[in-house]
Write a protein that binds this ligand. Structure first.
Ligand SMILES: [Zn+2]
Length: 134
């Protein structure tokens, strides 16, 4: 992995893959944590602003980056978007990246990622149901 103090190309690719997959999964979990407690479909309709109900475009749905670029506000109605989106996406991205680093491309990685997604989803949905934070 470490070659002369540098990360190998294989490890960089593994970390990059973990980060991208973690961000995508984190975005999926934010959708679950909003829709499941409200008994909404997780398939359709497409994502929209919870305040003004404007259908979100692809540029509004980039995990972490969209939230940061708009400084946590809806691009259309400018109302605040919960920090939980950022927290869930970052938590998932970091934990999945660490799983990619630790397990490599092995069957254990698949089990670890599935376990992480299930755990973060259940915690997020539970918090949303109880509205103790966010
Ligand atoms: Zn809005």
């Amino acid at each position: 992995m470490l070659m002369d103090g540098y990360l190998s190309d294989e490890l960089w690719l593994r970390l990059l893959a973990g980060l991208v997959i973690g961000l995508v999964l984190g975005s999926f979990i934010t959708m679950l944590s909003y829709r499941v407690p409200r008994s909404l479909s997780i398939i359709s309709p497409p994502s929209k602003c919870p305040h003004c109900h404007t259908k979100l475009k692809a540029r509004d749905l980039i995990p972490v980056l969209s939230w940061l670029l708009e400084r946590g506000h809806c691009r259309y109605c400018h109302r605040a978007i919960s920090r939980r989106y950022l927290v869930i996406e970052l938590t998932t991205a970091v934990s999945v990246t660490l799983a990619f680093w630790y397990f490599g491309l092995t069957p254990r990685l698949i089990a670890a990622v599935l376990g992480l997604v299930a755990f973060i989803s259940l915690v997020s949905i539970n918090f949303e149901r109880q509205r103790k934070i966010w």
